[in-house]
Design a protein around this ligand. Structure first.
Ligand SMILES: Nc1ncnc2c1ncn2[C@@H]1O[C@H](COP(=O)(O)OP(=O)(O)OP(=O)(O)O)[C@@H](O)[C@H]1O
Length: 344
């Protein structure tokens, strides 16, 4: 599949988005982790951006699926095809690759050995010579420029689409961590349910996601914002437009945000005191798209008493860290550490 020079790749195989990082080039592919399948012929109709546009708009014989929903491989074949497509997209941009590159893929820290193996197998099936996996919060911490190899405590909270990963890292290892399947998707679902309950209006996940991104906030906003949305009235069955306020979205997100805050508190409680003191100095770092929810940093700071910062480019941290980890592969104690390897 590949011809030319060696270029190793890091893949952030996320529930919401997949990013490919090439050593020396940065992020070369950034597309939604969505595949559109034809149910009659069982063939693939579209992958990535084109497939995401089809969500909620497919005719009966096409199904748009997110093969990584909940942060794990739900469907092996579809995931392997998706990885193959993203590797080809990277190649199309005229970056020259060795026939079979080494690929590091990041996986949620809560996944089982069997699930990890499935990711490595799917990566090798997609053309990789060697497949490594790295745990997501560790990659996020590297990407956020935290001193992961030093004898000092760093804490990262990576809020993606399917999972929130909280980890305390020191000396190249994860000291304590927690992974919950509550993150951006769950926020979208909560908003959808709120609109249905309050207005008898059905909205799609894209509308709900834009409400979250445009006017969502973890704390009530000083200046209330409003957004108009369109959906289907459950009583009349007809399309209807309503205006929703930022305070309503804050309300709708209360349970989800509380679960994330609790995960952070529980991890801090399990953190050795010396490392907690380091974190107090440096602060908790938020990564992942969910870290962009407005005022989530303020709420977490208030609830934990720790300084909280949002990383620069939170959506890119995991991909950057995954790629950088490949450059420093000699620093990992493979199999026992936060990375593992398998060869074709
Ligand atoms: N400005 C924003 N405010 C709130 N949420 C946002 C914002 N921008 C992106 N998101 C959310 O971030 C999530 C995607 O984040 P990210 O790309 O880091 O996840 P992922 O890596 O694909 O998922 P996972 O880490 O679970 O595998 C989506 O749920 C998206 O709606």
């Amino acid at each position: 599949m590949f011809g030319g020079f060696t270029k190793d790749l890091g893949i952030d195989l996320g529930t919401a988005n997949t990013l490919v990082y090439v050593k020396g080039k940065g992020i070369v592919v950034r597309e939604p982790s969505v595949v559109a399948l034809r149910t009659d012929t069982k063939t693939i109709e579209a992958v990535g951006e084109a497939a995401k546009k089809m969500i909620g708009r497919t005719p009966g014989n096409i199904r748009a699926v997110r093969p990584m929903k909940d942060g794990v491989i739900a469907d092996f074949e579809t995931t392997a095809t998706m990885i193959k497509y993203f590797l080809r997209q990277a190649q199309k941009q005229r970056y020259l690759f060795q026939r079979h590159p080494s690929v590091m893929v990041c996986v949620p820290s809560g996944i089982t050995a069997v699930e990890k193996r499935a990711v490595e197998d799917a990566t090798r099936q997609a053309g990789a010579r060697e497949a490594f996996t790295i745990e997501e919060p560790f990659a996020a911490a590297i990407g956020a420029d935290l001193p992961v190899w030093e004898p000092t405590g760093s804490m990262v909270v990576d809020i993606g689409g399917g999972t929130t990963e909280v980890a305390v890292i020191s000396l190249g290892g994860i000291v304590t961590s927690r992974s919950i399947r509550v993150a951006g998707d769950e926020m979208d679902e909560a908003i959808m349910q709120y609109i249905k309950r309050t207005y008898n209006l059905m909205i799609g996940e894209r509308t709900s996601e834009s409400l979250k991104m445009e006017i969502g906030s973890a704390l009530p906003m000083e200046k209330i914002e409003t957004m108009e949305i369109r959906g289907r009235d459950l009583v009349s069955g007809l399309p209807k437009t309503i205006a929703v306020t930022s305070d309503e979205i804050t309300d709708a997100l209360t349970d989800t945000v509380t679960s994330i805050v609790d995960a952070v508190k529980v991890t801090l409680e399990k953190c050795p005191p010396e490392l907690a003191a380091d974190i107090m100095d440096r602060g908790i770092v938020l990564t992942g798209g969910g870290g962009l929810l407005r005022n989530l940093d303020k709420l977490l700071a208030r609830e934990t008493g720790m300084p909280v910062l949002v990383a620069e480019n939170p959506l890119d941290c995991v991909a950057i860290g995954t790629g950088r980890a490949l450059e420093n592969i000699h620093l990992f104690k493979l199999k026992s550490g936060p990375a593992s390897k398998s060869r074709r």
